[in-house]
Design a protein around this ligand. Sequence first.
Ligand SMILES: [Zn+2]
Length: 71
Amino acid sequence: MDFLRGISDWKQTRVEKVRADMESVGRCPDCRGRGFTSSFTSVYLPTYDAIFDCPGCNGSGLYEDWCGNNT
Ligand SMILES: [Zn+2]
């Protein structure tokens, strides 16, 4: 299924681009430097309960913290 592999490659490329962009500005790629993230459902039903500290950077929003947690 080349189609599925193409989707996978495309997603991976996007992830890499975000990571590179966030690295250049020193921000966590998971939360874009906000320090918090929200669950999937909050996209449709925003609630404060759905917002929690970003697990990638422990809420700091810093790339170096994210990097330390993901290597
Ligand atoms: Zn983060």
